[in-house]
Design a protein around this ligand. Structure first.
Ligand code: GLU
Length: 508
């Protein structure tokens, strides 16, 4: 018995658990965007819902297009989203290896079997001949299709080609007539006329299998029960069904998931508008919010419930409620949802999770580099207590709260002047506010607002004018947390200094 026979026998003897086994099978030819992770998430949820397994398999047979770092990115992405896998790279598992390049001999084994049974054949056509054929078909407005040139070579002709050292690929011999029915759990039965189908290459000249054969051998040997993948694979599904039949295997249940669309109803693409997990992480989205959001891209529980914890989703998820209309990726909805999740965080957790975003370098979105790191934990907690209400991401906060941490604020005098005011009157208002605040016995946010309002009344300024100028003086901004809370956190010394400086600025 060969090593391959052994390998196959070993895996087939693994006792079936009777539980679903689902896989996420990305190709490291690019980074996965939100649509790819949606496939992973649905597969993971079904596995967890049923007590089955979730497997990560790397489909890396297109070695020329493999990108460095892509596999690490998949693994980090799954971990970040909270989708740990049960078998796969790094951790291994009983059905390994989980990299297709390491399974080359298995694909060759089955290719030989297909050739021996007459279901596949070596093709010696040169790239030039194929290109010529393609051009002619294009000129005649025919669909591009292999012309069966090598399909009917005799054994002698094949031997001669081999003896001449011609390179070859292997093509699957599709039946020439009849129909192939693809059963899909979402789309129902899809019927294809075999005469429309192509003799596709299943093994390349370098001896590595193409997706069509490789994924199928793996799904079979790995005991995959449910195959979730993008709907772009529907057109190849009849070929896959034919290969299953030729090998005498039962295909898994297919779920061809509709593409995730942009708000413009166009398919999301890496190049156009599709973010990946690392974009969400960098911008300060919470993984649990992204998880919740992705789960709703094409799946719904009851068409109205929007918020689910991981546990609730595991319980509620069912593949039957995955739709075929494709989810819409609406970034505004994600932002809103993320804000809701942020507001639900306990303050100490919010601080822990926001600190790294504030402490990163300014050019990456952190606080100005002049602010000393690490930040004071208690002070940051006081600031975030005020800010939590307004936060939408953990990453968009630094610019709005920098004034709490800076020694010096820079703004133009014009920023201090409210509607209906001028420089002299603003100075007057700020001076009155300064005097009032400087005379306060205790510095307490709760005791600040009422006297300031009273001051507006007695001095004849509108509350908005007085508060607005003080707000600008201490923050340099027009939108901030409530003035009294802000003054409370800034403290007496800093608040008074800043108002004084603003008065001086108006005098210049
Ligand atoms: N490697 C394929 C892809 O990245 C996976 C398709 C499948 O899940 O079968 O599109």
């Amino acid at each position: 018995m060969t090593q391959i026979d052994n390998h196959i026998q070993e895996q087939q003897s693994l006792s079936p658990t009777g539980k679903p086994r689902l896989r996420f099978a990305p190709s490291p030819t690019g980074f996965q965007h939100i649509g790819g992770f949606r496939t992973a998430l649905f597969s993971w949820l079904h596995a967890r819902h049923t007590g089955g397994q979730f497997i990560l398999r790397i489909e890396d047979t297109d070695t020329a297009r493999t990108i460095d770092g892509a596999v690490d990115d998949f693994i980090q992405g799954l971990n970040w989203l909270g989708l740990p896998y049960d078998e796969g790279p790094v951790i291994g598992g009983p059905y390994g290896p989980y990299y297709q390049v390491q399974r080359k001999a298995l694909y060759q084994h089955y290719t030989n079997q297909l050739i021996a049974s007459g279901h596949a054949y070596p093709c010696y056509c040169t790239p030039e001949r194929l290109e010529q054929m393609r051009k002619e078909q294009e000129a005649k407005k025919l669909p591009p299709r292999y012309d069966h040139h090598c399909r009917y070579l005799t054994a002698e002709e094949r031997a001669a080609n081999e003896a001449a050292g011609l390179t070859w690929t292997v093509r699957f011999a599709m039946p020439l007539d009849g129909e192939t029915v693809v059963h899909d759990q979402l789309h129902g039965d899809m019927v294809f006329k075999n005469s429309d189908l192509n003799d596709m290459v299943i093994l390349k000249s370098d001896g590595l299998a193409l997706y069509h054969l490789a994924h199928l051998v793996d799904d079979h040997l790995m005991g995959i029960t449910h195959a979730l993948r993008g709907e772009e694979w529907i057109s190849s599904a009849p070929l896959h069904i034919q290969i299953y039949q030729a090998l005498g295997w039962t295909p898994p249940l297919f779920y061809h998931l509709p593409s995730v669309l942009g708000k413009d109803k166009r398919k999301l693409s890496k190049r156009r508008n599709a973010p990946s997990w690392s974009d969400f992480q960098r911008e300060g989205y919470l993984p649990e919010a992204v998880f919740n959001f992705i789960a709703l891209l094409g799946w719904s529980y009851d068409d109205k419930t929007e918020f689910f914890t991981h546990e609730e989703l595991i319980k509620a998820f069912s593949l039957e409620r995955v739709g075929i209309s494709g989810g819409i990726y609406d970034p505004d909805k994600l932002l809103w949802m993320n804000g809701v999740y942020i507001r639900k965080l306990p303050l100490d957790e919010l601080v822990e999770r926001t600190l790294p975003y504030l402490e990163r370098p300014a050019e990456e979105g952190g606080l100005p580099d002049s602010v000393a790191r690490p930040l004071d934990h208690d002070y940051t907690t006081q600031v975030l207590r005020l800010e939590q209400e307004r936060m939408k991401t953990l990453g968009d906060t630094a610019s709005r709260i920098a004034f709490f941490f800076l020694d010096e604020l820079t703004y133009s005098p014009a920023a201090l002047i409210e509607k209906g005011m001028d420089s002299a009157r603003t100075r007057e208002a700020l001076t009155a506010a300064y005097n009032l605040l400087a005379g306060m016995e205790t510095w307490d946010a709760e005791l600040i607002e009422a006297p300031l309002r009273e001051l507006a009344k007695t001095t004849g300024f509108k509350v908005g004018q007085l508060f607005g100028s003080v707000r600008s003086a201490v923050s340099g901004l027009t939108a901030t947390p409530p003035l009294d809370d802000m003054l409370g956190v800034l403290g007496r010394k800093v608040s008074l200094q800043r108002i004084q400086k603003a008065i001086a600025l108006l005098q210049e």
